[in-house]
Design a protein around this ligand. Sequence first.
Ligand SMILES: Nc1ncnc2c1ncn2[C@@H]1O[C@H](COP(=O)(O)OP(=O)(O)O)[C@@H](O)[C@H]1O
Ligand SMILES: [Mg+2]
Length: 287
Amino acid sequence: MTERVALVCSERGLRIDPDLPLAAAALRDAGLAVDLVRWDDPAVDWHGVSLAVVRSCWDYAWRLDEFLAWAGSVPRLRNGVELFRWNTDKAYLRDLERAGLPVVTTVWNPVRPDELPDAAEWVVKPSISAGSRDTARWSEPSAALAHVAALTLAGRTAMVQPYLDSVDDTGETAMIFLGGRFSHAARKGPLLQRGEGARQDRDSRGDLSRAHPTPAQREVAESVFGAIGALVPGAPTPLYARIDLVDDAAGRPVVLELELTEPSLFLPQAPEAVGAFVRAVEAELQQ
Ligand SMILES: Nc1ncnc2c1ncn2[C@@H]1O[C@H](COP(=O)(O)OP(=O)(O)O)[C@@H](O)[C@H]1O
Ligand SMILES: [Mg+2]
């Protein structure tokens, strides 16, 4: 019998996720039946698929309880609700830091200027967010703290980080893992403009290219990926993962984001990597 795989998206993801056509075509070429579905579509029979793989559920950040309840109800879902519960709140950066891994300096819910990290500019973001929503870059301590206050007043957790200038030239390096091992890397250009404030509609799809990671980036990414099992006991090895690295002021790679929920895989930038995605899905089906 043909195995049926669901690639799971939001309504918008279904329309414009550039990975999706490549992933679906390659899975079909490998002999699998592929459904492209919305996670919140009540008509989908989640028991009728051999495996559901979350791909571009881009609306989870403002529907988190609903999303996690849905994830907990799907019989065979990757990366799975245990990893999603941990990974949908950037508080996981604290766990990575406690595990001795290099992460971008972060101060949580500061109220006074002297609590801000040492920097000329700051990034303020909510701990639960995606697509740089409610995220902004500030050069005045009072503006950064006002943004923090607005987030905490709304019951959210605010994170403040130094604005890392390396994002403007070197860019952000997205390290993609498929089927438990490193696959390929992509470079993302900067997103936050000075003086622009918080926005809801940034589009990160413009400035993307293939990247060739340095040995130091490989080492950090491998250690972070290797640490996940101990940080989320009982969770399966991630089928897919993306680790975004930036250089800190001293030029060392640090983790900006570990994305285990709905990472872009940058398949258009590295089309041959689609084979690793197919093998990861096939290996999962054999378990
Ligand atoms: N500390 C930082 N320094 C420079 N740019 C940052 C920093 N934090 C975030 N950004 C920019 O904002 C974008 C979104 O932030 P990120 O932490 O990746 O959250 P998310 O992608 O979940 O919204 C990043 O891709 C990067 O362009
Ligand atoms: Mg990001």
